[in-house]
Design a protein around this ligand. Structure first.
Ligand SMILES: [Zn+2]
Length: 267
């Protein structure tokens, strides 16, 4: 178990259907197999809203992001060693996490997300990954215990990521590039903007690899187009009139452009 007690930060041991620490803090294991380690609000239904979650799940399951997924897996394989502890921070529904765990042997993979719904779904995808409900801003993991951490379109908490990563460990991050989904934006907006790319430098880390993944997908059918739009933040920032422009669109060819950045923790 990579996760620790979120209250006293001691190790957790499994007892039947729960995890307990030596100080008696106890966390039940849900029937799907994950553990909720959020303290305070036990409801744990934060994170992306349900519409966005379902849209993303349906869209990803169609395989449109497979080339990107494979590039992520290759990046992890390139830097992982046998025995490594890999933690997917803000792993959502576990789409990347579970396929990484299935593709790389002799490593321990854990994933957490603040959304209980997403973690429940992730746990159903694979029993190989330790899944927990937790926040990126207070990660229930010991200092310097991760060899690799993944941050795939999830909230960035520099301080926590630096704390849990071993010295010499790797942070693998995915970011959208300038033209990502540009044709989708052209179909919606009168004046579409390209994405702004921020500076890649992160204090205390050395960028050791920058791997762009660029391709065009042909999206068939209005449902898939709407799902793609709904899984982006644009949908929620767009007026009804502009949203309606996609309602009758049956086919769309659009750019998918990401970069996978691999950082090594140097101090
Ligand atoms: Zn405890």
């Amino acid at each position: 178990m990579l996760f620790i007690c979120p209250v006293c930060r001691e190790d957790l041991q499994r007892y039947e259907n729960s995890y307990k620490c030596q100080n008696g803090h106890c966390f039940d294991i849900a029937k799907q197999g994950y553990v909720n380690l959020l303290t305070g609000s036990k409801g744990g239904n934060h994170g992306d809203n349900r519409l966005m979650t379902l849209a993303r799940r349906d869209f990803l399951n169609k395989g449109y992001y497979d080339r990107f997924l494979n590039a992520i897996i290759d990046s992890v394989k390139e830097f992982a060693k046998p025995g490594d502890a890999i933690i997917d921070c803000g792993c959502g529904e576990g789409y990347y996490t579970t396929q990484i765990a299935d593709s790389i042997s002799n490593v321990t993979v854990a994933g957490f997300d603040i959304s209980k719904d997403e973690i429940a779904f992730a746990s159903k995808r694979s029993g190989k990954v330790e899944f927990a409900v937790a926040s990126s801003f207070s990660i229930p993991v010991k200092d310097e215990s991760a060899d690799i951490i993944l941050e795939i379109f999830s909230p960035h908490s520099e301080k926590e990521f630096k704390r849990i990563l071993k010295k010499g460990g790797y942070m693998i991050m995915a970011i959208p590039l300038e033209n990502h989904l540009y044709s989708l934006k052209k179909a919606v907006y009168d004046t579409p903007y390209k994405n702004e790319i921020s500076d890649f430098n992160i204090d205390g880390f050395e960028l050791v690899k920058n791997r762009p993944v660029k391709y065009t997908v042909n999206i068939d059918g209005n449902q898939d187009i709407m799902n793609l739009f709904m899984m982006t933040p644009y949908y929620y920032k767009t007026g009804k009139l502009e949203q309606a422009r996609l309602n009758t669109l049956q086919e769309l060819s659009t750019e998918l452009e990401f970069s996978i950045l691999v950082y090594k923790k140097c101090s």
